[in-house]
Design a protein around this ligand. Structure first.
Ligand code: WT7
Length: 637
């Protein structure tokens, strides 16, 4: 397979960029034509950002699984599509060739049909990182069901909220999942979630950890038993459902500045075209390369750069079940050597946590197969960038710093490995097709270079968010209302004198903890559910490994004598309500919060205190009670 849309030189980049602006429809039509369509589109694009209403490849018909799997069968049926490395290095790894993946996806698509799942139904997937997870996603896509994968670290309450929002009647899960030395009881968590979701009709359970689980008659079935039924009926291929380019492919929940996570909706055609285009260009993927993205499939990075884009490109995707530091901090490097990984795509937080172990875990590791390194999820600090470059890439692998978001579907701003230059801590240049704009506080675009502003995108791209599930108005308000005719990212950004973009972090009340997005309002809601909590305010502060840590100021009327125990109680509450990823790193009990006369919490002041910048608190005279600030400063942890 060759990629006609792969850009091979800076000159080609410039030309492609220019064409993508001068004639976007021709530009994207040329990329889209390289895919398999059941019926070609009538028109490439129709859009307005006011409603918003964005449609790509109008009336085009396709099924993404034919692009991910079927079209590779003749030329590459025996080629590895997915290589799986288990959590325990002593357990055997698994490889699924394209033919095997085809077989498994078809089989499981039958299982879904047999269990009543139809086109357009929402299916929730709550599994660990095993090959059955992409098989389940692709089986949904095969029959036109909309999957919503929920990260294995979310609590029963979070799952219940998502199930209700999506109206999902079918769940695919595992008895448990292995993560490092731990064994996470996924099915138990699902059982807890389902207490409040009586509308769920089917739970399909894959056996991974052999943990005892309860199985409710009539609702819960075993994956293995269902597959046996399909085998007995000698079912073979399931015809791929014909999907409209704009039919939803999946929903993925993500946090915003309000309390409730929103279901980002991605569509079949545009998502397929843009993600594959970005994969092949940013990483400069060559047929035969082994691509190792270390993200969990529960996040957008895993959806796009473990599953859909890599398979659409006919590539080999390595997925790993466990943690970077288990059984020891050399695990990633062992995996790179074992499978001769060519492209490694990970997060700054993982790099920083591995850096902390020093160079010992790198002893005896070869790493010479590596050609390209990537990072994603948060701004990468210069020290981590240099370490990655020197000790992992041995100064011969280009590093791509890829900026994008759940709502974007794929990478929007990044250098292209070995083609356009990198610059430490800069995502650098937009991909052809992407038109960034920096906006000032009056809503005016800031032209020219060496300027900072709020990052917007002023023209649609094929894999952009179409709506937030069940609440289109929320999508409009969140992303399209701050600046007319622009998609607002929520990020602040600097453009240097050469036009390179450097993302400086969120400008809204959203935290980025270890590359995971967490809304401060969501954490506050969770804390406030604890008995005795009167009010709370959550802000971020710089954290050496996580990038940002969570700092909670809490007014609490029944602190135990043992203050530490009260802190733990609150942590436990947050863990129950959202999941362990949202647990505050620091909890400070306070008697009051800094508020304006109109009752609004002055987060700016709390942020400064959490950051330890007490000397620059700014004007506090407009506060209702300026005295609370001194007290908070004194009690800082
Ligand atoms: C937010 C999106 C989509 C990837 C995983 C995170 C931050 C992401 C970078 C980068 C600086 C980055 C932004 C963005 N971010 N990549 N290369 N440099 N910041 O997805 O949970 O949707 O979060 O992550 O703040 O808005 P997400």
């Amino acid at each position: 397979m060759s990629y006609p849309f792969q850009i091979k030189s800076p000159d080609e980049y410039n030309k492609a960029y220019k064409q993508s602006i001068d004639d976007p429809e021709a530009f994207w039509a040329a990329v889209a034509e390289t895919f398999l369509w059941k019926k070609k589109w009538d028109k490439v694009l129709a859009w307005n950002f006011r409603e918003p209403d964005v449609k790509w490849f109008i009336n085009g018909k396709l099924n993404i699984t034919e692009n991910c799997i079927d079209r590779h069968l003749i030329s590459s049926g025996d080629k590895p599509a997915i290589i799986w490395e288990p959590n325990d290095p002593k357990e055997e790894s698994r490889t699924l060739t394209y033919s095997e993946l085809h077989y498994s996806v078809n089989q499981f698509a039958h299982v879904l049909r047999n269990n009543g799942v139809k086109k357009g139904d929402r299916v929730c997937i709550y599994m660990g990182m095993i090959p059955e997870l992409p098989i389940a996603m692709l089986a949904c896509a095969r029959i036109g069901a909309i999957h919503s994968v929920i990260f294995g670290g979310f609590s029963a309450q979070s799952i219940s909220d998502r199930l209700q929002d999506a109206g999902a009647e079918c769940i695919i899960t595992c008895d448990g999942a292995y993560r490092g030395g731990k064994d996470i009881p996924l099915k138990n968590v699902i059982d807890d979630a389902l207490v409040t979701c009586p509308f769920v009709k089917k739970v399909i359970v894959y056996t991974r950890t052999h943990t005892p689980v309860s199985m409710t008659k009539g609702r819960d079935v075993w994956w293995g038993d269902e597959i046996k039924k399909v085998e007995e009926m000698r079912y073979a291929e399931i015809p791929a459902e014909e999907m409209d380019a704009e039919d939803p492919l999946f929903i993925l929940y993500t946090s915003g500045s309000t309390g409730k996570p929103k279901g980002v909706v991605h569509t079949s055609g545009g998502y397929m075209v843009y993600t594959t285009y970005s994969f092949v260009n940013v990483f400069q993927y060559q047929p035969g390369d082994v691509h190792f993205c270390t993200a969990d499939i529960g996040w957008i990075t895993g959806h796009t750069y473990i599953v859909y884009s890599v398979l659409c490109a006919g590539g080999t995707s390595l997925m790993y079940e466990g943690l970077p530091t288990w059984p020891d901090a050399g695990r990633f490097w062992d995996i790179v050597d074992k499978y001769k990984v060519n492209i490694l795509y990970t997060a700054p937080t993982a790099i920083r946590s591995l850096m902390a172990y020093g160079l010992e875990p790198l002893k005896g590791k070869d790493l010479s197969s590596l050609k390209v390194l990537g990072t994603v999820g948060e701004p990468i600090n210069e020290e981590a960038w240099q370490w990655y470059d020197e000790h992992i890439g041995k100064k011969k692998c280009p590093i791509v710093d890829t900026w994008w978001q759940t709502e974007n579907g794929g990478i929007l701003i990044s250098n292209m490995a070995g083609i356009t230059p990198s610059k430490p801590s800069y995502a650098t240049l937009p991909l052809p097709g992407i038109q960034p704009a920096l906006m000032d506080e009056h809503g005016k675009e800031i032209e020219g270079n060496d300027v900072s502003g709020n990052l917007c995108i002023k023209f649609p791209w094929p894999s952009m968010i179409r709506t937030t599930y069940g609440d289109h108005e929320r999508c409009r308000v969140n992303y399209f209302a701050s600046y007319p005719d622009m998609y607002f990212t929520g990020d602040g950004c600097y453009r240097d004198s050469n036009g390179n973009y450097r993302i400086t972090g969120r400008v809204d009340d959203v935290l980025n903890v270890s590359g995971h997005r967490i809304g401060t309002a969501e954490v506050e809601n969770a804390i406030n559910m604890h008995t005795g909590v009167i009010e709370s305010a959550v802000v971020g502060y710089p954290h050496d490994v996580k990038g940002q840590g969570i700092y909670a100021f809490v007014i609490f009327d029944n602190v135990h004598e043992d203050v530490e125990l009260s802190r733990k109680d609150i942590m436990q509450t947050v863990s129950r309500v959202i999941g362990p990823i949202a647990k505050p790193d620091k909890i400070q009990f306070v008697n009051g919060l800094p508020k304006t006369r109109s009752g609004k919490i002055m987060r700016r002041i709390l942020r400064k205190i959490a950051e330890g910048e007490m000397s620059s608190l700014g004007d506090t005279s407009t506060l209702l009670d300026p005295g609370v600030v001194d007290e908070i400063v004194k009690g800082k942890i």
